[in-house]
Design a protein around this ligand. Structure first.
Ligand code: FES
Length: 509
């Protein structure tokens, strides 16, 4: 098989095709009705809806807007989240499945309504979404999903052919789903938020939240925000004082390539029912239509050499579309909950003014809007039709004990394995490579950059102490326990860690 060599580092189309939005860094103390931590699609959607409901808001983003999960998504706006409905029905009953369908279908309509009302140019288009299988073993499950989805009021059908050049056994289609350019949408929405009374601050990492009469939020620069309501929308909750969320959110990574094919794309959004997951959608660009092909998910810090995942996707893309030219590639991180339903609502049962939205699995476009609507409704009217299903403290989390225990055993194993694994003491490295070595009894991660400079960091995760693993495809140190990621210089890429890695002085030949 041809080994594809990537000339450029990973770069998502969403970031390549939009310029950066300039917002101030928080440089003074302020007071608002609601502070929203996180400037991705969840935080911006929450801020937009709350401001529209009459509250003054402040969005606090650690980096820049829409550069995390929102800038690395596949941006499918759909209520079809794999074969989810029969799973929900079995775990939680028909009413829960009904609520999930209603919430996510409403989210599609809400996003479309905002785009129309504000005339946002974000490549929004209605599409049919498919879950398909190439294996006989999944046909019955797909048939049952189509039947249940119809009962739930979704425009669903069981089909045995799709228009992709793939021979399938069966598929379930959902009509009137959608896709868009997530960053064009988010940046347009953000423009409506920032004014004299409401704010967006970038590069303003939150390092502490204290509960007094109101909440008191502190940024890394020591500036304070006083707010009656606080919404944590930082992908992984940045507030670690309670809730044990690190034990009930599990980080996964997945990969995307965007290709130029010789064949025209037939339309539609597709995903496999089976592993290895594969997904497709079109990508309208100024230079013509591209095709996005995604998949290869694995637990963060626990895959094979991460470059292999891109190689696998490229090989697959060229099998389906011979002669395909690879134009973009990127990867992303998602958090999963034990029962696959996100957490959106009160952070804890006894925190009526502290809210959380996270755990969207791989379906953040609709689930971010559902979460924003739930939190807006809880704040404005005290109730939401979907609050029980998405309740972060729901009883069904305890009931899904098997996943819960298995995942946390996995975390414990990673912690022990990382501490016990033997590492060499030599630092012989090629440019662009990294390894973990032993220096004075400590494990140290060494990365040699293209100029030959070595960057040394302590590979102990600053969250809860797991040993970090090198991610060769993204050139980052990733935590196999709860998904924190750091640059080779030790800066935080994503939490739950809120402190950078300790840098180590050593050989820098
Ligand atoms: Fe929790 Fe690293 S993210 S120990």
């Amino acid at each position: 098989m041809e080994k594809y060599t990537f000339a450029q580092p990973p770069h998502p189309y969403w970031l390549a095709s939009t310029s950066d939005a300039d917002y101030p860094v928080l440089d003074r103390d302020i007071k608002v009705d609601a502070a929203i931590i996180g400037g991705g699609i969840t935080g911006i959607s929450c801020a937009y809806l709350l401001k529209k409901a009459g509250l003054s808001v402040a969005v606090l983003e650690a980096d820049r807007l829409g550069q995390g999960a929102t800038g690395h998504t596949t941006a499918k706006i759909t209520s079809q989240h794999g074969l989810i409905y029969n799973k929900i029905k079995k775990q939680m009953g028909m009413e829960a499945a009904q609520q999930y369908a209603a919430a996510n279908e409403q989210a599609i309509r809400e996003i479309e309504a905002i785009i129309q009302e504000k005339e946002i140019d974000c490549d929004f288009s209605r599409q049919t979404a498919y879950v398909y299988t190439e294996r006989d073993g999944y046909v019955q499950e797909i048939e049952e999903e189509a039947k249940l989805a119809q009962e739930l009021g979704i425009e669903a059908n069981f089909v045995t052919e799709i228009e992709l050049p793939i021979k399938i056994k069966a598929a379930v289609s959902f009509g009137k789903q959608a896709q868009f350019h997530p960053r064009k949408y988010l940046l347009a929405l953000a423009q409506d938020i920032h004014d004299d009374n409401s704010h967006i601050f970038i590069q303003s990492r939150v390092v502490d939240i204290d509960e007094e009469k109101n909440y008191l939020i502190t940024t890394a620069a020591g500036k304070k925000v006083v707010a009656e309501k606080v919404i944590i929308a930082s992908h992984y909750p940045c507030y670690n004082k309670a809730g044990l969320y690190f034990a009930r959110l599990f980080p996964h990574r997945s990969y995307v390539v965007a290709i130029k094919a010789q064949e025209a794309y037939p339309g539609g959004m597709y995903i496999t029912a089976e592993e290895p997951g594969r997904s497709f959608r079109s990508l309208p660009t100024e230079d013509g239509e591209l095709i996005m092909i995604g998949g290869e998910h694995h637990k963060t810090g626990q895959g094979v050499d991460t470059r292999q995942h891109y190689q696998n996707l490229v090989a697959y893309a060229r099998e389906v579309y011979p002669g395909a030219e690879i134009l973009y590639r990127w990867s992303t991180q998602d958090y999963l909950t034990p029962d696959q339903i996100p957490y959106a609502g009160y952070f804890l049962p006894n925190t009526p003014n502290l809210f959380l939205a996270t755990g969207f699995r791989r379906w953040g476009m609709t689930n971010s809007m559902v979460s924003a609507m739930i939190i807006r409704d809880l704040i404005v009217s005290g109730e939401s039709p979907w609050q029980d299903l998405y309740n972060p403290s729901r009883q069904t989390i305890a009931a899904s004990g098997k996943t819960f225990v298995v995942e946390n055993l996995n975390v414990a194993n990673q912690l022990i394995k990382g501490k016990l694994s033997a590492v060499p003491t030599d630092t012989e490295l090629e440019a662009g490579e990294a390894k973990v070595i032993m220096i004075d009894g400590d494990k140290v991660g060494v990365y040699k950059d293209e100029k030959g400079t070595q960057h040394l960091v302590d590979t102990t995760c600053t969250h809860l102490g797991c040993e970090l693993k090198w991610n060769a495809a993204e050139k980052s140190w990733d935590c196999p326990c709860h998904g924190s990621r750091f640059t080779y210089e030790g800066e935080i890429i994503e939490g739950p860690a809120v402190k950078p890695l300790r840098t180590v002085k050593g050989q820098t030949d």
